[in-house]
Design a protein around this ligand. Structure first.
Ligand SMILES: Cc1cc2nc3c(=O)[nH]c(=O)nc-3n(C[C@H](O)[C@H](O)[C@H](O)COP(=O)(O)OP(=O)(O)OC[C@H]3O[C@@H](n4cnc5c(N)ncnc54)[C@H](O)[C@@H]3O)c2cc1C
Length: 477
């Protein structure tokens, strides 16, 4: 359909009229100002395109439905008229999964923001998928509960976006990731059928259908409603932090804690450079910083912190007190950092979040860091941290920023760095993405990541969306 402003044939009045009949006139737009607003998400390259005055992808219409039935009618219209379409949450995704790469209709979910029900006996809440994370969490807090999902982007992201990217929050080691938290969902399928999965704690009735949509980046269906686990608000929260001589020693300490059946809410190990970036005002001669946070009932927190403290000291950690953790908590939703670099001419930055097992985690860290530094070659820096620890391994954030003379140069440098980083990670058996997803940014590495699994995914897509109208081109499909 459309690729650039000014080249647009005016919106088709019949389509516009039909969308208005479905959603109501105020909730449909084909105005350029809205189309431009929805031409971007938080994919780092979109910052470059904006700086250059480039609009890479432009939708033709934006709609704000109120309920699942309206979404279903929009989907039926798209099928009949062969119009591409995609769901849009908060637009905070970092991999370009919400970019309208084929124009068409953007379905902004944010009018669907109600908590449908809270079951305080079974500890679940059902919420419309367009609810902004912060609002959902605050409403639960008023009732004495938490969803336990606190991504750094909680103020800009929606519950549907969390599910669609299989996100993780900073307290994930205790509460779990989105794939642990989702109990049931209502999804509008690309053929217009409605799928409702069962709200039960577990079933042995074939593959868990929730998992078809968790991480599916809006390419397999539009999530209208989600039922998630909720937890009583913690009585007590306590932070501990330690200075470690190097990253490998810090990884060992985290692994040891995880082997002792301890589930701290927060686990974060910063390498020397990143520790200095975050805590230079608090640290003297510190090296790597390992931070634990325990949350829950007072007696459990006391017990957990006592064991963590003993294990961390035995592993060589020098205690730094609680203030680093408290500062981290205070600043945890600040999102300025890398965005400031992206706004500069020729500046490029990203945070690559990968996963590996305990046996190969440190090798992945070293290999990725070395490969990225070799490409950057003095034009910036690479640093990283571990967060989100599991029984079998953990994730790593490899963060970089670099400068080129032009934004165009920065874009090619970006892909060179990514290529080097992911080659190092995949060679050592690590996973390409831990929670940011694939979108368009990481699509080119999906064949190596999934092997024949990518064909399976493509067959599935074709089976339920034969015209490939729903968010086509994401996930490497
Ligand atoms: C500064 C910053 C910090 C971040 N920190 C974290 C973090 O700590 N943890 C984390 O997990 N992520 C983090 N992210 C990434 C991002 O916030 C998450 O991926 C988030 O889950 C995206 O939600 P969203 O509502 O903004 O989705 P969008 O960006 O709007 O969309 C993302 C994808 O989900 C699809 N989608 C959206 N809604 C639906 C729906 N209802 N049904 C089906 N598909 C849908 C879209 O089509 C798209 O493919 C961060 C991002 C930024 C910019």
């Amino acid at each position: 359909m459309t690729t650039a402003l000014g080249q647009t044939a005016k919106a088709d009045p019949l389509i516009l009229r039909e969308l208005e009949l479905i959603c109501g006139k105020p909730f449909v737009s084909a105005r350029d100002i809205d189309r431009i607003s929805y031409s971007r998400d938080a994919f780092p390259l979109t910052f470059k395109w904006i700086r250059e005055g480039r609009i890479a992808y432009l939708p033709d219409y934006i709609v704000w439905p109120e309920n699942a039935e309206q979404i279903r009618e929009i989907v039926m219209l798209c099928n009949r008229e062969k119009i591409p379409y995609l769901p849009y949450g908060g637009g905070s995704g970092i991999v370009g999964a919400a970019l309208p790469t084929r124009g068409g209709i953007v379905i902004d979910m944010k009018r669907m923001n109600r908590i449908v029900s809270v079951d305080e006996v079974s500890l679940t809440a059902t919420v419309q998928a367009g609810a902004v994370g912060q609002h959902f969490e605050e409403e639960l807090n008023h009732l004495g509960y938490t969803c336990g999902h606190y991504p750094q982007s909680i103020r800009q992201s929606t519950v549907g976006g969390w599910v669609a990217h299989c996100g993780v929050g900073t307290y994930s080691t205790k509460y779990g990731k989105m794939d642990d938290l989702v109990v049931a969902m209502k999804v509008v399928l690309p053929d217009g059928r409605m799928l409702e999965t069962r709200n039960v704690p577990k079933a042995s009735t074939g593959p868990n259908l929730n998992h078809l949509f968790i991480g599916s980046e809006g390419a397999l269906g539009i999530i209208a409603e989600v039922t998630v686990k909720i937890f009583p608000l913690p009585e007590e929260e306590r932070f501990l932090s330690y200075d470690f001589p190097n990253f490998a020693a810090g990884i060992e300490a985290v692994r040891t804690v995880m082997r002792h059946d301890i589930r701290p809410a927060v686990v974060r190990l910063y390498d020397e450079k990143e520790a200095r970036h975050h805590f230079s005002d608090l640290l003297g001669e510190s090296r790597c910083v390992l931070l634990f946070g325990a949350a829950g009932r007072k007696c459990n927190v006391e017990h957990e912190t006592a064991i963590i403290d003993r294990l961390a000291r035995e592993a060589g950690g020098v205690p730094l007190g609680s203030v680093i953790g408290e500062k981290w908590k205070e600043r945890r939703f600040s999102t300025a950092g890398l965005c400031n670099i992206l706004r500069q001419r020729g500046g490029i930055a990203d945070a690559l979040e990968v996963t590996g097992t305990w046996s190969n985690l440190h090798r992945i860290y070293e290999a990725m860091k070395g490969a990225m530094e070799a490409v950057i070659n003095g034009r910036g820096e690479v640093f990283g941290h571990l967060s989100h620890a599991y029984h079998t391994g953990a994730n790593l954030y490899m963060i970089f920023h670099a400068h080129e003379e032009t934004d165009e140069g920065a874009e090619s440098l970006y892909y060179e760095i990514m290529e080097a980083a992911f080659d190092a990670c995949q060679t050592l058996g690590g996973a390409l993405s831990h929670h940011h997803g694939v979108g368009i940014g990481k699509a080119r590495w999906m064949r190596r990541e999934l092997g024949s699994g990518l064909d399976l995914l493509r067959s599935l897509k074709t089976a339920i969306d034969p015209d490939r109208l729903l968010n086509q081109g994401k996930l490497g499909i």
